[in-house]
Every structure is written in C-alpha cells, then in structure tokens.
Design a protein around this ligand. Sequence first.
Ligand code: ADP
Ligand code: MG
Length: 221
Amino acid sequence: MLPLIQLQALSKSYTNQVVLDNIHLDIHTTDSIVLLGSSGSGKSTLLNLIGLLDTPTHGQYLLSGKPVNTLSITEKAHLRNHQFGYVFQQFHLINNLTIFDNIALPLRYRGLATDIIQEKVETMLDRLQLKQLSQRYPLTLSGGQKQRIAIARALIGNPKVILADEPTGALDSKTAAMIMELLLELQQTFSAALILVTHDERLAEHCTRRYYLQAGQLCVL
Ligand SMILES: Nc1ncnc2c1ncn2[C@@H]1O[C@H](COP(=O)(O)OP(=O)(O)O)[C@@H](O)[C@H]1O
Ligand SMILES: [Mg+2]
C-alpha cells in the first residue's frame, strides 16, 4: 500500500546548523510512531515539517504520493485543516473562546453549517466526557482538562494524522498516562496515524515504531 507520508532525503538547516540531515521515513495510516531525542535534537522541527508548518531545506515530502513542495499556500492550508490534527505541550487553546468554540474552530474554518458543527462538537464532547465543560473558558481548567480539549479539537475534523509534540510534558505522571491512553484509543477509533514526540520512555513503549534523533539523524530504536 502507498504510504500516507514519504520523507525522502529530507534536510533542514539554519545558517550555522544542520538540524535534520537526510531523513528517510515512510508513514502508514495505522502507524503509531514515537520520536525521542534530547532537547534541541530537532524533534519539533521534524514534526513541524510533517505537519506542513515548516518547509525543508532539501529533499522530498510526498503526501498520498504527491509532492507537497509544489502546492500553493491555500492548498497547504486546506491539507493542514483536513489531514492533520495538532496537539502541543502548552495546549494552545484560545483563552477568550469557550471550550465548545475552541473545539469547533477547525470546522468553522471549513465553513460548515452551524447545525452540523453543533452536532459534531456535541458528539465529541460526549465521547470524551467533557460535556459539563462546554461553556467554560480554558483558563478555568486543569492541565489535563485543557489537553483533553486540545485533543478533541485535533480530532474533530477526522484527520489522517495526529501530531503530538510532548503532549504530556506539562502534566503530572498520572494525568500523562491518562492522556496517552486517550490518544492511543482515539488513534484506533479514528484510524489515524499518530506521531508522538516525548521524553517519557514509558509512554514511548505504547507506540509501534520507535525512533530517536541524534546529530540530525533519525535512528531506529
Ligand atoms: N527558527 C529557527 N532559527 C534557528 N534555529 C532554529 C530555529 N528553530 C529551531 N532551531 C534550532 O534547531 C534545533 C532543533 O530545535 P527543535 O526542533 O525545537 O528541537 P527539539 O524539539 O528536539 O527540542 C535547535 O538547536 C534550535 O535552536
Ligand atoms: Mg521540541
């Protein structure tokens, strides 16, 4: 089967530093991949390249067999909205929107009808047992609750790939384990690929493919 994502000889350099050097990676829709590596080893850079939030210096990125470097800004924005769900360490919720509106945001960008958005967000709130938080604001929630909301927002549009950059990095170990369990469960339910960056080797054990980044190289663990 054609891999969903193919990275071929991908490199990323800044003026005085090669961050990623000749990365090759195929990602299939059922993969759960973990990226380990010390701080500054390029984990976020690689995740951002995969999520079309950054562009490589050299090399080829194929998404469903098509090179992404030839796409327009609008086409890339469309892919980010339809194919990717993003989860970050610091949640990146919008503080002046309610929880409902935070989760609805990717669907609003798609221009879906209000009643369809309402139905989809309510289903998601139900599924994650977050209904009671619907009209609250992010600043009134705990870290674990915020990350559940961020995960709901990442999945509301049915993405093909979930990109999670240290999603448990700001949480205590018990909450971290619950968030990890939720991510893996939803990955199965939504049949999405998961690419997880973490420092926590215990969480890494839950993923089917493990890599670490060192000196710009992607090494199998
Ligand atoms: N915009 C940038 N300009 C220059 N250097 C950068 C930029 N973004 C990241 N870097 C450098 O790239 C390296 C990898 O960063 P990053 O991918 O954030 O690492 P990690 O997520 O593994 O901690 C670091 O040395 C960082 O300083
Ligand atoms: Mg990082």
